[in-house]
Ligand binder design. Structure first.
Ligand code: DOR
Length: 435
C-alpha cells in the first residue's frame, strides 16, 4: 500500500481546527504537521480548500444483505458510504433473515471485511424482530455487536424492552429504539396533519413516536440501561430527550437528514420518494429537530439510508415501502441546511458541529474506538476530505447504491466529498470510488 499525503487542507477533529498536512502509512496516520514533504512514491491527495476530518460514522444504514440484494448489498452500500465520506457504518438488522443470531452477524461481518468501509453490525433485540422472544444478545455481543435494535419496528412489549435493557447493562451494549407505537401508527402512511387531511392519506400522529420515547425514558430510568433513540422526528420527542438528559439518564439520540429539513408538504405530489418512517413532519417539527442538533440534545445525524428498488417505489403511495437513500447526500444536506448565517440557532451551526454529529459523536455511541479521530499520529487512518463550499446537483443516476430513491434528486447542495481514506487506503479520490 502507498504512503498517502493529504496536503493543503485544514484538519478538523474533536480537538479543534488547524492548517495541516496529514501523512498516512501502513494503515495509520504517521505525521500531522503544517508542511510535510511528500515521501518518494507517495500518493498525494490535494486537500486545498478542504476540511480533513475523521471519517464519518453512520449509526443507521440499511445494507439489505442478506435477503434483499436487489436493493443493496454490503459491497454497494459500503461504496456509497465511502463516496459520502463514511469510513464506518452500522448495518441495521431488518434483513431477511434478520440479524438475530451469531450466524447471521458473522455472515454480515464477513461480507463487510471486504468492503470499502468498516461494517459494524446491529443485532436484533427480539428473535426475527417479531417483538416476542429476546434474541441471544450475549452471543451476538461476544462477536462485537454493540447496538441492538428491532429497527423498522419498535419493541411494542414494555416488559420485553425492560428485560433487554436489564441484559444490556452488564453486556455494555446500547439498545436503539425505533419509536413507534404500532397501534397508534396502524394504517398510516404519512404524518397526521393538515397535509394528510388534504391529500386523503391516513396519517401517523406525532404521539405514535412520543409515547414510546416517553416509555423508554422511563425504562432507562428503571433499569439503568442505555437507550439510543433512532431517527427522532417530532418536537415533543426532542423536548423529552432533552429533559431526560438533563436528569442524567443514559440516553442518546439521532436525527435523519430528511427530518432536519423536509416536511409533509413534500408528499403533496404523492411522490413515494418522500414516504419514510417515521414520516416527514411539520415545519415546526423540523425546526425543533435542527435545534436539537444545535443544542446537543441530538447527538448524531444518521442517514437511515433505506434503499428500495424502483419497482417497489413505483407502487401507489399507500403500498410503497417507506425509506430514502442518504449515504451520498447526508454530509451535504447537513452542511447546506444547518450551516447558514442568520439568527436561527438551528441553522447557524459551524461545520465543526456538523462533523461532530457525523463522526466522533456517533463513533462514541457505537463504541467504535478506532473511528471518529482524533487526526493524530498513531491513529488508524480513516479520513474524510471535503470541500465545504462546493455546490453540486444530486444525480441519482450517478449513485453507487443499487437504489435511486433519493429525495434530493435534482436539488443543489453545498459541501462535497473529495477523498475518503479508509484503513490507510484511498478508497475515494476526487469524488470517484477506487474499487
Ligand atoms: O423509512 C424507513 N425505512 N424506516 C424504517 O424504519 C425502515 C426503513 C427500511 O428498512 O426501509
Amino acid at each position: 500500500m502507498h504512503e498517502i499525503l493529504v496536503g493543503g487542507g485544514t484538519v478538523l477533529d474533536a480537538t479543534g481546527a488547524r492548517r495541516a498536512d496529514v501523512l498516512v502509512g501502513e494503515g495509520r496516520i504517521t505525521a500531522v504537521a503544517e508542511s510535510i514533504e511528500a515521501p518518494a512514491g507517495a500518493l498525494v491527495l490535494d486537500a486545498g480548500g478542504c476540511l480533513v476530518t475523521p471519517g464519518l460514522v453512520d449509526l443507521h444504514t440499511h445494507l439489505r444483505e442478506p435477503g434483499r440484494e436487489e436493493a443493496e448489498t454490503v459491497e454497494t452500500g459500503a461504496r456509497a458510504a465511502a463516496l459520502g465520506g463514511y469510513t464506518a457504518v452500522v448495518a441495521m438488522p431488518n434483513t431477511d433473515p434478520a440479524i438475530d443470531s451469531a450466524a447471521v452477524v458473522r455472515q454480515v461481518l464477513d461480507l463487510g471485511a471486504k468492503a470499502v468501509c468498516q461494517v459494524s453490525v446491529a443485532g436484533a433485540i427480539s428473535v426475527g424482530r417479531a417483538g416476542e422472544l429476546l434474541a441471544p444478545l450475549a452471543e451476538m455481543a461476544a462477536l462485537g455487536v454493540r447496538i441492538f435494535t428491532d429497527d423498522g419496528a419498535g419493541v411494542q412489549d414494555g416488559r420485553l424492552m425492560r428485560r433487554a435493557l436489564e441484559y444490556a447493562g452488564p453486556l455494555g451494549v446500547v439498545l436503539a429504539q425505533h419509536c413507534e407505537d404500532a397501534s397508534l401508527a396502524a394504517g398510516g402512511h404519512m404524518n397526521e396533519g393538515e397535509w394528510s387531511s388534504r391529500l386523503g392519506i391516513p396519517g401517523v400522529p406525532a404521539e405514535a413516536e412520543e409515547v414510546m420515547v416517553m416509555r423508554d425514558i422511563a425504562l432507562a430510568r428503571l433499569t439503568g440501561g442505555r437507550v439510543h433513540f433512532l431517527h427522532l422526528s417530532t418536537a415533543g420527542s426532542v423536548a423529552m430527550v432533552g429533559a431526560a438528559k438533563a436528569q442524567g439518564l443514559a440516553v442518546t439520540a439521532e436525527a435523519a437528514p430528511h427530518h432536519l429539513c423536509l416536511t409533509d408538504a413534500e408528499v403533496s405530489g404523492y411522490d413515494t420518494r418522500f414516504k419514510v418512517n417515521p414520516p416527514l413532519r411539520s415545519a415546526a417539527d423540523a425546526a425543533a429537530v435542527r435545534r436539537g442538533v444545535a443544542s446537543g440534545v441530538i447527538d448524531a445525524i444518521a442517514t437511515d439510508h433505506a434503499p428500495h428498488t424502483q419497482e417497489a417505489k413505483e407502487a401507489p403511495f399507500d403500498q410503497a415501502p417507506p425509506g430514502m437513500t442518504g449515504l451520498e447526500t447526508t454530509l451535504a444536506v447537513a452542511l447546506t441546511e444547518l450551516c447558514q448565517a442568520g439568527d436561527d440557532p438551528g441553522r447557524n451551526l459551524k461545520p465543526a458541529e456538523v462533523v461532530a454529529a457525523l463522526s466522533w459523536q456517533p463513533a462514541a455511541i457505537a463504541g467504535l474506538s478506532d473511528q471518529g479521530g482524533p487526526v493524530a499520529p498513531g491513529r488508524p487512518a480513516h479520513l474524510c476530505v471535503f470541500d465545504p463550499g462546493q455546490s453540486w446537483v444530486v444525480d441519482p443516476a450517478r449513485t453507487a447504491s443499487r437504489s435511486r430513491n433519493n429525495p434530493w434528486a435534482g436539488r443543489s447542495l453545498t459541501g462535497r466529498v473529495r477523498h475518503t481514506v479508509y484503513g490507510g487506503e484511498a478508497v475515494v479520490i476526487d469524488g470517484e470510488a477506487q474499487r
